[in-house]
Design a protein. Structure first.
Length: 251
């Protein structure tokens, strides 16, 4: 069969199909990369979860720079006051100055150390620069997290040197899809055993390895003794049978 020929300036159908497939694949790949870039561009909090009522921990706010021609020059993180984070302390950051704002709580929080009437509501970092392709971690220590909610939302404003402001303030809509400008969210999980929940079993509640070994030895010895008894009984029975057989032959 002779090869298919096409008129000058026209492309064979097979080549056209292959080019279209390649173009579609390239566009799809570009879309995935763009979506991935957008997903990693927003401000996040680490770790992503803590137990409810956790004490003496650290939250890290990771701020990447998503602008090609501008630097991040100011970061404002707003802490919830309806479920306040108590005992907030800011870690010194080279090149950055932190300003901490406190607010009087509508509902005071009772703790073992007394009643808390004020809590930090905003932390603003200025003076430094986060350039394109870079990120900055801002560490915040806390004394105690609330135990009466399942998550904490930290709305954040990210200001750039060209005057733009990225507003990371949106919560997740119904359906679980990620919003366009998501706020950092910390999930609060149920307390595990030993963290204010059901007490964990104490060593006294569990048999020691020595007791377990002793029990195993006793069992082994018992089985050995039983085996010896069975063996002796078997020998006696065999002897009786042999004696009867000889008596029968003699008679």
């Amino acid at each position: 069969m002779s090869p298919t020929r096409t008129a000058p300036g026209r492309t064979a159908p097979g080549r056209t199909a292959r080019r279209r497939a390649t173009t579609v694949a390239a566009l799809a790949t570009a879309g995935v990369l763009t979506a991935a870039g957008a997903a990693f561009a927003h401000v996040t909090v680490h770790p992503e979860s803590y137990p409810k009522g956790a004490t003496d921990g650290v939250l890290t706010f990771r701020v990447p720079n998503e602008e090609d021609t501008a630097s991040t020059t100011k970061v404002q993180v707003f802490l919830p006051t309806d479920h306040p984070v108590l005992g907030v302390l800011v870690t010194p950051q080279d090149g950055w100055t932190a300003k901490v704002t406190t607010t009087k709580l509508k509902t005071p929080v009772k703790t073992d150390d007394g009643t808390i009437t004020d809590a930090v509501s905003e932390i603003t970092w200025t003076g430094g620069r986060i350039r394109h392709g870079q990120y900055q971690d801002f560490n915040v220590a806390f004394g105690q997290l609330p135990d009466n909610t399942s998550q904490l939302t930290f709305k954040t404003l990210q200001s750039y040197s060209d005057g733009k402001v990225a507003r990371w303030i949106e919560g997740a809509p119904e359906g679980g899809a990620e919003p366009e400008n998501p706020a950092p969210v910390l999930t609060l999980t149920a307390k595990s055993a030993g963290e204010g929940g059901t007490p964990a079993s104490s060593p006294a509640d569990k048999p020691s390895s020595k007791s377990e070994a002793s029990s195993s030895d006793s069992t082994a010895r018992g089985l050995g003794t039983a085996g010896l008894v069975v063996g002796v009984l078997g020998l006696i029975a065999a002897g009786v049978a042999l004696t009867r057989g000889r008596s029968a032959r003699s008679s």
